[in-house]
Write a protein that binds this ligand. Structure first.
Ligand code: G3P
Ligand code: MG
Length: 245
């Protein structure tokens, strides 16, 4: 049986500020199979790694990412209120890829085009990944399925996944019909009825977010689903226990 994978959600964000280099470095150190991160575009067209459209929640600044140049964003502290990380900054996608490139970790790039439409973000990110020779290590996902369609048009061989927020009938058939290989449902979503089993039976790769509790981690990995978690250390311990038993 194939081993399920553990992805660090926004890095090892239970231990270090989300979507920062310390969080991704820690995920690597803890032995995660992959990281998940979110991308937006700055005013000067740079790809940056941050979750929200606005900088308010995770930095000491205010306003939209797209209204800042990269240099202006760099002046912000991205410690997300966590002690000991005053030096943390919003990283570029290139910096995160360069950090993890020497290892084997996979990178789930979530394209944040659900609220704002960043013109050309898909192609820019794709070319960056290709230019760094990491196309075989990247999984593209988005709640905006048109962004995934764009990735597929530009790179039909790319690994792609649909993020699911709501529960959609026959979503596994819809994904397969679009040539998408992965489903990323929310934890609350697969707890309903037999959805997890349906998704797993479809043969698509199922990566459930955001799974932080021990019981949920044990259940999902035991069933054969990959997990996207803020706490890769805990998830890996639980996986070791499942493998041993
Ligand atoms: O990609 C999984 C998860 O990150 C999706 O939701 O809001 O945490 O980006 P969000
Ligand atoms: Mg995300």
């Amino acid at each position: 049986m194939k081993q399920v994978k553990v992805y660090a959600h926004r890095g090892a964000s239970a231990y270090a500020p989300e979507n920062t280099l310390p969080a991704f470095a820690l995920a690597m150190e803890q032995g995660a199979d992959g990281i998940e991160l979110d991308i937006h575009l700055t005013k000067d067209g740079e790809l940056v790694v941050i979750h929200d459209e606005k900088v308010d929640r995770t930095t000491n600044g205010t306003g939209l990412v797209q209204d800042y140049t990269l240099a202006e964003l760099r002046a912000l502290c991205a410690d997300n209120g966590m002690d000991g990380f005053a030096e943390a900054r919003i990283p570029t996608l290139r910096e995160v890829l360069a950090l993890v490139k020497p290892g084997k970790m996979l990178v789930n790039i979530e394209i944040k085009t659900g609220i704002l439409w960043y013109d050309g973000i898909e192609e820019k990110a794709l070319r960056l990944v290709e230019g760094m020779g990491m196309q075989d290590r990247v999984i593209w996902s988005s709640f905006n399925h048109y962004s995934i369609e764009k990735i597929r048009q530009l790179a039909p061989e790319a690994a792609t996944a649909y993020l699911l927020g709501d529960i959609i009938c026959d979503v596994e058939k819809y994904a397969a019909a679009h040539g998408v290989q992965g489903l990323h449902p929310g934890l609350y979503n697969v707890k309903m009825a037999d959805l997890l089993q349906r998704y797993l039976d479809s043969g698509l790769t199922v990566r459930v977010w955001t799974v932080n509790g021990a019981e949920d981690l044990r259940w999902l990995m035991g069933q054969g689903a990959d997990v996207i978690t803020n706490d890769p250390k805990l998830a890996l311990e639980i996986r070791r226990g499942l493998t041993a038993s």
